[in-house]
Design a protein around this ligand. Structure first.
Ligand SMILES: [Fe+2]
Length: 262
């Protein structure tokens, strides 16, 4: 794998790591071509409002899809999109919107089948497979998120605050950032201590998170120039062992309330 081999070690030792854009792009390209990245990035212009958050007076645009990733290197290695289904988090992980099945607009077929997303999923399959070699199949949920900052209202990438997603691993990949200030990611341990802080600023900057061990959250975003459009676009991929019974990983949420976003 190109780039520093210490990144997966940091994930193993610390429960998270920040991966700079150059390294992340090289890692992804080692798992597939990114020739359609420009179209992939442009697909964030066609997301749908989060109707569930709107009821709470908050704004976020998104699309969602579920894939099964069979173990990298196995004879049946494969990436299969599953039928469209709701996104579910228990109340233990999402005190804002837990215990409800939330149906989001599906990720469009050309995006789901794009070279870029396939390379990203292939990379998740391989990287997290190295960390958890006993997992045969991953249940992978893919979220396209756009946060817009308005003059009168900062955008909230993680309206639920510091949280865990109730999965095994999380990738947050910055796709685009336009006229945006702040949006700092912080990582807290199970005792509520901050153990890391970084800001995804360049496309391909990424956060890798061991969701069973740490909480993550992102500060609100503001427009640098309130007169202009602004957005922060991220791809979030969550993985949990598909063969584990039930939804979520069942680990106590610890200090904070919890749930999805990046
Ligand atoms: Fe999250």
């Amino acid at each position: 794998m190109p780039g520093s081999p210490d990144f997966p070690a940091a994930l193993r030792e610390d429960g998270f790591c920040f991966v700079d854009a150059d390294t992340m792009q090289a890692w992804l390209e080692s798992d597939g071509a990114l020739d359609d990245w420009a179209q992939f990035r442009a697909s964030w212009n066609d997301l749908a409002p989060d109707r569930y958050l709107e009821k709470l007076g908050k704004q976020r645009r998104r699309r969602h899809a579920v894939f099964t990733l069979s173990r990298s290197g196995s004879r049946d290695e494969d990436i299969v999109r599953e039928p469209h289904q709701p996104h579910y988090q228990s109340l233990a992980y999402n005190t804002l919107q837990g215990d409800i099945e939330r149906w989001f607009e599906p990720i469009l077929d050309p995006v789901a089948g794009s070279q870029s997303l396939q390379a990203i999923l292939r990379h998740c399959q391989r990287l997290f497979g190295e960390l958890a070699p006993g997992v045969r199949r991953w249940h992978a949920e893919v979220h396209q998120f756009r946060i817009e900052a308005q003059a009168e209202a900062p955008g909230q990438p993680t309206p639920e605050g510091m949280h865990r997603d109730g999965v095994d691993y999380v990738l947050v990949l910055l796709v685009d950032r336009e006229n945006i200030a702040r949006g700092t990611t912080s990582i807290h341990d199970m005792h509520g201590r901050e153990i890391g802080e970084f800001t995804l600023t360049r496309p391909f900057d990424a956060a890798l998170v061991d969701d069973a061990r740490v909480f993550h959250g992102v500060t609100p975003v503001e427009a640098i120039d309130p007169a202009l459009d602004s957005h922060r676009d991220v791809l979030v991929v969550t993985l949990r062992d598909a063969d584990r019974a039930g939804r979520g990983n069942g680990v106590s949420p610890g200090t904070y309330s919890a749930a999805a976003g990046g």
